[in-house]
Design a protein around this ligand. Structure first.
Ligand SMILES: O=C1C[C@@](O)(C(=O)O)C[C@@H](O)[C@@H]1O
Length: 238
């Protein structure tokens, strides 16, 4: 998983899976936004593999700081779960509440289950300079199997910084997932996969976006596939 690009359909309702199948490669189950997430996992009989996320309130989600780890470790044992998202700040011990031991224990448990760890960073205010983005990706790559970085673009140059950082981190051998939030950075969701980004996120239902600036699922599928495979349809012979 994540050797190739994976389009994850984000949802708080696993019953939505059949509607995502045509376009998505996986589901991102936002446990922090879900009703009875563990019951939903027990009842899940879909075909798409699951990435589980239980985003802490201090990182823009709705889960409580420590309690969320119990739910995540229960989630790991489900066969459908192939990856777990853990915030880089939790893994490095820089989160507001001291949860490093919980985060690293979860990572161990994930590895024992053969579940990939996505070390994630979100910046809801801005997009730092390219060099800082590259450093964040290297830090996240040192902690997880995939380094995920989502920042807020206020201008086109922020999108350029994210694309350039994606290229640099991929060239340095890191497995990354990158995107900008917000309107000026929307196109990065389609473009960074060309430069190595391995995960894209889009809501199953456009009304239930899990981040600002997401494309509808089928739109992102078309854009990503078109840009990656577009070369095959290019006009040659000139
Ligand atoms: O971290 C991410 C990326 C995301 O924030 C986005 O910008 O698409 C959406 C979230 O659901 C996911 O957990």
């Amino acid at each position: 998983m994540f050797e190739e690009f994976v389009l994850a359909a984000s949802t708080a309702d696993l019953d939505a899976e059949p509607r995502a199948r045509e376009d998505a490669d996986a589901m991102e189950f936002r446990m922090d936004l879900a009703d009875d997430p563990l019951d939903q996992l027990d009842e899940y009989d879909g075909t798409l593999p699951l990435v589980v996320t239980n985003r802490a309130a201090w990182e823009g989600g709705e889960a409580d700081d420590i309690g969320r780890y119990d739910a995540l470790s229960s989630a790991l044992v489900h066969d459908a779960v192939v990856a777990v998202d853990v915030e880089l700040a939790a893994l490095r011990g820089t989160a507001p509440s001291s949860e490093r031991s919980h985060a690293t224990a979860l990572r161990e448990a994930a590895r024992e289950e053969g579940v990939r760890v996505i070390a994630s960073v979100h910046d809801f205010e801005s997009t730092p300079e390219t060099a800082a983005l590259v450093d964040l990706l290297a830090d996240a790559a040192a902690e997880g199997d995939v380094a995920k970085l989502a920042t807020t673009a206020a201008a086109e140059r922020d999108a350029l910084a994210m694309i350039e950082a994606t290229h640099a981190a991929t060239a340095a051998g890191h497995r990354v997932a990158t995107m900008c939030m917000g309107e000026p950075g929307r196109h990065t969701r389609a473009v960074t996969p060309v430069y190595g980004s391995r995960i894209g996120y889009a809501p199953v239902d456009a009304a239930d976006a899990t981040a600002p600036g997401q494309y509808p699922l089928s739109t992102l599928r078309t854009l990503v596939d078109g840009l990656r495979d577009g070369g095959r349809e290019a006009v040659d012979g000139i």
